[in-house]
Design a protein around this ligand. Structure first.
Ligand code: GLP
Length: 241
């Protein structure tokens, strides 16, 4: 795992934006794996800027998102579909039919999970997968546990995650308790993975990640087994290294 530390999230996101630009200008029909949360917002703003300046186009880009809350449909302001539209898709030249976010309100969750995995496979390899990290080391919504699921599945959110994500909701009771998430194996289908972590509240997880071991109790540590991972930190996230 390659580690890059930059002064702040603007500079750190710029590295990821340049890696995505390189892909978009060199490949005819690239696939991006995208993440939500506060972490990738600066990156998305930089991509929007590049798109406005005609440095990159999303016309032939396909995207697949990591996860969605169960019980929220795409029009809910806290759904990840809504987030992606607001923070990226509505501002670039992407065809929304090429963008994929799991449906958080399907008639059958099992079917949705199976179909979503099929969608990932039908897109060929994800060229670059963007990941944030939960304060507890989760990736997507793969929460610390004695075992981790390989493919798209329903996940019970931990109390830590519910509390961490309650800042986006009016009250903690409104935070969904379950999510549908790509699994570790789905994430490993990506050719290249970029993990972003910013801020002091990520420093503990990043410190644990720096130990010479992997653990299902720190899902981000499993990424050490993937051949092409770049971890990009700001100084705060790297402060305990
Ligand atoms: C959520 C998402 C993750 C994200 C994490 C960190 O729970 N499922 O994909 O990486 O939160 O969020 P933030 O970037 O807001 O710190």
């Amino acid at each position: 795992m390659k580690i890059i530390v930059k002064k702040d999230k603007d500079e750190a996101s710029k590295i990821a934006a340049e890696m995505i630009k390189e892909l978009l200008v060199s490949k005819e029909s690239p696939t991006l794996g995208l993440a939500t949360g506060s972490t990738p917002i600066t990156l998305y703003q930089q991509l929007i800027e590049m798109n406005k300046k005609n440095e990159i186009s999303f016309r032939n880009v396909k995207t697949v998102n990591l996860d969605e809350y169960i019980g929220l449909d795409g029009s809910h302001p806290q759904s990840y579909r809504f987030f992606m539209n607001e923070n990226l898709f509505n501002h670039v030249d992407i065809d929304k039919s090429n963008t994929h976010v799991p449906n958080g309100n399907p008639s059958s969750l099992d079917e949705e999970a199976k179909n979503y995995e099929k969608i990932i496979d039908s897109l060929g390899h994800i060229d670059i997968q963007i990941l944030g990290v939960g304060p507890n080391g989760h990736i997507g919504f793969n929460e610390p546990n004695t075992h981790l699921q390989l493919y798209t599945h329903v996940e019970d959110l931990t109390q830590t995650t519910i509390e961490a994500n309650s800042r986006f909701f009016d009250s903690i009771d409104q935070v969904p308790k379950k999510a549908i998430s790509m699994g570790i194996g789905s994430i490993f289908k990506a050719k290249k993975i970029i993990v972003l972590a910013f801020g002091k509240n990520k420093a503990d997880a990043i410190k644990d990640l720096s130990h010479d071991e992997i653990s299902t109790n720190l899902p981000v540590s499993i990424l050490k087994l993937h051949p092409d991972v770049t971890l990009i930190l700001d100084e705060d996230a790297a402060s305990l290294l």
